[in-house]
Design a protein around this ligand. Structure first.
Ligand code: NAD
Length: 375
């Protein structure tokens, strides 16, 4: 079983899909591992580190030659995959909805493509979930970016020249990224509050020492929501939420928004008029910028000034922590493939009735098989 680890080619990508630790573990399972030269450079992993773990390194064509499994962070261009075995597995974050043509290309090339971002949110798959691992780092980094853009300090400081008041940070959307943002802002000494539509998050917010800000007059989403995901809320709820946010937001220095609804554009949580009520110098980090944004006027990948407020359209913040992001991503992939590994077959066996396999499999036998892509 030959595993190929590719050097990423998408602009701005810094991560790599394997680290020496996971290379060693794959070799212990009986695999041969080949790493494209320079694959780990941006994540501070030298070719020699991969070689030291037992991998070979070479140019892309050599690495792909006869490969049974290809690992990537993002989905590679189909044309760049010549040489792999027919039926080879391609394991990466394939962005299937936005890269529909590439998916058709993988099918035509006879690859069995597995989209890691479609890992189901079930307990067994927790250690394989790239969205969680990368969101965790992104939530941390959002706070660091906010602190950097903010012209004041986060913690309260008592100095001989007077007192510096603590920053007030409001986190909207308390999933994996939001929880880490709350924890990070608390560690920096800010006064933190947070909101979500899922009622189960109230206790999580409190347990991190932050103040929950919730709509109480209208029912939101009970408990965890379906599989931990939020759905769309009623019109009445949205109105009550907007009112609550309006009164709260004017008193905040930093707002971090992370709200996402699967398969839908990100919910709009902050209007331009609400932004205008914030103190000049305040900072808003919109972590949903890539899905349409939670904040009116957000531009993905850009920093814009509105009414004296800096609005940062944060995209893929995990990329700015390449070493940690790669390590977690690589372990997610290892945990996934090793869970399917069959010693006798000497490689992963993908059972059609496995909940995880069914969720992530996008192409097989020359066809696009993902139900989510039908129609
Ligand atoms: P997500 O990225 O889908 O959404 C981020 C947050 O935004 C969610 O908490 C959501 O409820 C919230 N949100 C949506 N609409 C909103 C609105 N209008 N106003 C305010 N908030 C809104 O979520 P996520 O980070 O992937 O995680 C969500 C839950 O799933 C968490 O409880 C997490 O622990 C769980 N989870 C479980 C697994 C697993 O078991 N394998 C993996 C990942 C996440």
């Amino acid at each position: 079983m030959k595993l190929a680890i590719l050097k990423e080619t998408s602009p701005g990508e810094t991560r790599v899909a394997a680290i020496p630790e996971t290379v060693k573990k794959f070799i212990a399972l009986g695999a041969d591992v080949a790493v494209e030269r320079g694959a780990g450079a941006a994540a501070a992993i030298a070719d020699a580190d991969f070689e030291g773990a037992g991998a070979s390194s070479g140019e892309r064509a050599e690495v792909l030659k006869g490969a049974d499994i290809v690992l990537g962070v993002s989905g590679p261009e189909t044309e760049s995959l010549a040489g792999v075995r027919p039926g080879a597995l391609l394991v990466a974050a394939l962005d299937p909805f936005r890269r529909r043509e590439a998916i058709t290309g993988y099918a035509a090339a006879g690859l069995e493509a597995l989209a890691l971002e479609w890992m189901p949110r079930i307990t067994r798959a927790q250690s394989m979930d790239i969205l969680s691992s990368q969101s965790n780092l992104a939530g941390y980094k959002a706070v660091i970016e906010a602190a950097d853009a903010y012209g004041r300090a986060f913690p309260m400081m008592m100095t001989a020249a007077g007192t510096v008041s603590p920053a007030r940070v409001f986190v909207m959307g308390v999933g994996v990224a939001g929880l880490q943002a709350i924890a990070t802002a608390r560690r920096l000494g800010a006064q933190v509050s947070a909101t979500d539509v899922r009622s189960a998050t109230r206790e999580q917010i409190q347990s991190l020492g932050a103040k929950p800000i919730f709509v109480d007059s209208v029912a939101g989403i009970e408990g965890e929501g379906q599989g931990g995901y939020a759905g769309e809320t009623s019109e009445e709820y949205r109105r009550a939420q907007a009112e609550l946010v309006s009164s709260h937001i004017a008193k905040q220095d930093i707002v971090i928004t992370t709200a996402l609804i699967p398969g839908k554009p990100a919910p709009r949580l902050i209007s331009d008029a609400q932004l205008a009520t914030m103190r000049p110098g305040s900072v808003v980090i919109d972590m949903a910028a890539d899905s349409g944004g939670n904040v009116e006027g957000t531009v993905a990948n850009e920093r814009v000034e509105r009414h004296g407020v800096t609005v940062i359209g944060a995209v893929n913040l995990a990329r700015s922590l390449p070493a940690d992001a790669s390590a977690l991503f690589a372990r997610n992939i290892y945990n996934f493939l090793s869970s399917l590994w069959d010693k006798e077959q000497g490689g992963p066996v993908l059972a059609d009735d496995d909940e995880i396999v069914r969720a992530v499999r996008v192409t097989k036998g020359g066809q696009v098989v993902a139900e989510r892509l039908a129609g």
